[in-house]
Ligand binder design. Structure first.
Ligand code: ASP
Ligand code: MG
Length: 409
C-alpha cells in the first residue's frame, strides 16, 4: 500500500516525541508500505514565531510571515529525517516547494493549485521515506506561501490524493472521534467510522480535530482518512463516505459548543432589506454569525435573534445599538451565557421523529429551548449554558449511544 502519514504538533513536539514518531513510521515501513510523512511544526512553535514578528511590527508583511512560519515545519521534517536515517532507514526531507506544492499567491491563506509530485513518487517507489513539511508551498514566482492555521491536515490529504495513496493516516493527540466529549459523558464511545459529512458538521461545531478544508478535500476525492493517536497504538476513527448498505443508528453523536452569545433586536419595521441591514455591519466587522431566527411580523414589526462567538459579543452589541437607531427598531437585548447542543447523524435521513425525540428529552429535563436550527443531518438547539452537560448526557443516553457496562473503547 501507499500511505500518507501526518503527524501533528504534539506528535513532533519534542525530541522524545520525534523518536516515538519515528517508531511509528519504522513499523509501518516494515510492513512493506510506501510512505510519505507530512509533519506540523512542534506544538506552540507557529504561535511563538508569529508573536516574535508582532514584537517587531504591529502588522508584519504577510509574505514575510509566511517565510517565517514555514520554518517551523522545516525543523520537524529535517529532525524526523535525521532520526529515521539514524536507524538505517532511507529517508529524505522535502520543503513544500521541493515536494511540488504549488499554490496561489494569497499569503497566509494560500490554496493549493496542484502538486508536481513525480520526483517524490519516484523516491517512494525506490523505498525511500519522503518527509514533507505540511502547511506550505510556493507560488508561481517561487515565494513561500502557507495554507492557513491547521493547514498541515490539508497538505496531507492533498498529497495523498496527488500520489494516489490508499489512505491518509492523521496522527494526533486524541484516539479518534467520540459519540460525545468523554470529559462530559463517561459512557462516550469511540466511533470506528464516521462519514465525511458528519465530520464536517462536527467541525462547524468547533471540533478542531481536523482542518475543515482537509475534510472537504477528502470528501471530494473519496480519500479515506484514518484519524488516530500517536500516543496509543490502537485503531482510531475512519472518516469515509457513507455506506448506504450499512444499518445505521439514527444519530452518531452529540456535540456542544459553549462559545456562543445571543442577540435579539425587537420591533424592526419589516420591509425588504432589513436582514441585510442587520447583518451587513456584522459581516464587515469580520464576525461570524451562526444561528439566525426571524419571527413572523406582527403589525409590520418583526424580531431577529442570532448568535455570534462569545468573544465577539460586546462588539456585536455595540454595532446593533447603532443598527437599532438607524432602523428605528424598538430595542436590542443580549445574553452571553448560552450554548449550542447538536445531534449529528446521517441516519437522520432515514429515521423520522428524531427532532421530536430530541425536544422531548430536553423537555423532560426541564431545559428550555431558545432557538432551533437544522440541516439534513444535524439538529441544533440553543439553550442556557448552565444546562449543557445535562442536555448532552440526556441526549447521549436517550439515543442509545452510551457504552454498555464493561464494554471498552
Ligand atoms: N503549524 C501550523 C499551525 O500551527 C500548521 C499545522 O500545524 O497544521 O497552524
Ligand atoms: Mg492541527
Amino acid at each position: 500500500m501507499r500511505i500518507v502519514q501526518k503527524f501533528g504538533g504534539t506528535s513532533v513536539g519534542s525530541i522524545d516525541r520525534i523518536r516515538k514518531t519515528a517508531d511509528i513510521v519504522a513499523a509501518e515501513l516494515a510492513r512493506g508500505h510506501q510512505l510519505a510523512v507530512v509533519v506540523s511544526a512542534m506544538s506552540g512553535e507557529t504561535n511563538r514565531l508569529i508573536e516574535m514578528a508582532h514584537e517587531l511590527s504591529p502588522c508584519p508583511a504577510e509574505r514575510e510571515l509566511d517565510a517565517l512560519v514555514a520554518t517551523g515545519e522545516q525543523v520537524t521534517a529535517a529532525l524526523l529525517a535525521i532520526e529515521l536515517q539514524q536507524r538505517g532507514i532511507d529517508a529524505r526531507s522535502f520543503t513544500g516547494g521541493q515536494a511540488g506544492f504549488r499554490t496561489d499567491s494569497s499569503h497566509v491563506r494560500a490554496r493549493i493549485q496542484r502538486i508536481e509530485c513525480e520526483h517524490l513518487v519516484r523516491c517512494l517507489e525506490q523505498g525511500r521515506v519522503a518527509v514533507v513539511t505540511g502547511f506550505q508551498g510556493i507560488d508561481e514566482a517561487g515565494n513561500i506561501t502557507t495554507l492557513g492555521r491547521g493547514g498541515s491536515d490539508t497538505s496531507a490529504v492533498a498529497l495523498a490524493v496527488a500520489i494516489g495513496a490508499d489512505v491518509c493516516d492523521i496522527y494526533t493527540d486524541v484516539d479518534g472521534i467520540y459519540t460525545a466529549d468523554p470529559r462530559v459523558v463517561a459512557g462516550a464511545r469511540k466511533l470506528d467510522r464516521i462519514s465525511y459529512e458528519e465530520m464536517l458538521e462536527l467541525a462547524s461545531l468547533g471540533a478542531k480535530v481536523l482542518q475543515t478544508r482537509s475534510v472537504e478535500l477528502a470528501m471530494r476525492y473519496g480519500m479515506p482518512v484514518h484519524l488516530r493517536s500517536s500516543f496509543h497504538p490502537v485503531p482510531g476513527t475512519m472518516v469515509t463516505s457513507e455506506e448506504e448498505s450499512m444499518e445505521r443508528a439514527s444519530i452518531s453523536g452529540v456535540a456542544y459548543n459553549r462559545d456562543e452569545a445571543k442577540i435579539t433586536i425587537k420591533g424592526i419595521p419589516d420591509h425588504p432589506g432589513i436582514a441585510a441591514n442587520v447583518f451587513g455591519p456584522v459581516a464587515e466587522a469580520g464576525i461570524n454569525v451562526d444561528v439566525i431566527v426571524q419571527n413572523i411580523s406582527e403589525h409590520g414589526l418583526t424580531d431577529i435573534t442570532f448568535t455570534v462567538p462569545r468573544s465577539d459579543y460586546n462588539k456585536t452589541m455595540e454595532l446593533m445599538q447603532q443598527v437599532c437607531r438607524d432602523m428605528k427598531a424598538r430595542s436590542v437585548s443580549g445574553d452571553d451565557s448560552v450554548a449550542k447542543v447538536s445531534i449529528v447523524g446521517v441516519g437522520m435521513r432515514s429515521h423520522s421523529g428524531v427532532a421530536k425525540k430530541m425536544f422531548e428529552v430536553l423537555a423532560a429535563e426541564g431545559i428550555n429551548i431558545q432557538m432551533i436550527t437544522t440541516s439534513e443531518i444535524k439538529i441544533t438547539v440553543v439553550i442556557d449554558e448552565k444546562y449543557v452537560e445535562l442536555a448532552v448526557r440526556a441526549l447521549h443516553s436517550a439515543f442509545g449511544l452510551d457504552r454498555e457496562p464493561g464494554q471498552r473503547n
